[in-house]
Write a protein that binds this ligand. Structure first.
Ligand code: S3P
Length: 180
């Protein structure tokens, strides 16, 4: 972690790592607002993420992702649920490093179980097993997830509530709820 006073919590990790299940729980526990960057992109574009990739291409999606990440990182008290590829852009990585970024880490078996057929996820489409695609993405991104995060929290065989509680126990002073 590079920031002294991080004001937002960012959740990163591969598809199926548990970000979307943990973010709302964390928001409730900490009485903070949470945003899901994918949902916001879909809303702004008026179409699903699959359609954005198909019609406008991944580059347009990545630009939108970057704009939204920078926007929310400029606010205070946000829980930002990031798409799995947010770490690909160097500018995003700097942004994540200035906040309290949590890498939700899951093993390949868990990720494959959770994403199933990969429906709704453009990078998991195509021939061959979904698990092989996940393995390639994990190999490419694991170092980036580590580079950007203050902590890594394992999510295999754990409930979202257990994961959220572990994150809360690691919060820096600037993000601890007043009562703690
Ligand atoms: C992506 C992950 C997805 C979504 C898009 C690209 C990726 O989000 O942003 O399909 O590059 O790993 P989730 O990680 O929330 O599924």
């Amino acid at each position: 972690m590079t920031a002294n006073q991080p004001e937002n919590i960012c959740l990163i990790g591969l598809m199926g790592s548990g970000k979307s299940s943990v973010a709302p729980l964390l928001a409730e526990l900490l009485d903070m607002e949470h945003v899901d960057l994918d949902k916001e992109i879909a809303l702004r574009q008026g179409r699903t993420i699959m359609m954005v990739f198909a019609d406008q291409g991944e580059e347009t999606f990545r630009q939108e992702e970057q704009v939204l990440l920078q926007h929310h990182c400029g606010r205070d008290g946000m829980i930002i649920d990031c798409g799995g590829g947010v770490v690909l852009a160097a500018g995003n990585r700097h942004c994540l490093q200035r906040n309290f970024t949590v890498y939700l880490k899951a093993g390949l078996e868990t990720l494959a179980d959770r994403v199933g057929t990969g429906a709704g996820r453009p990078l998991l489409q195509g021939d061959g097993p979904v698990k092989d695609r996940l393995a390639a993405l994990l190999a490419e991104r694991e170092p980036l997830y580590r580079e950007c995060s203050a902590i890594a929290v394992p999510t295999d065989d754990r409930t979202p509530a257990e994961i959220a509680a572990e994150i809360v126990s690691h919060l820096p002073a600037s993000l601890k709820p007043a009562a703690q």
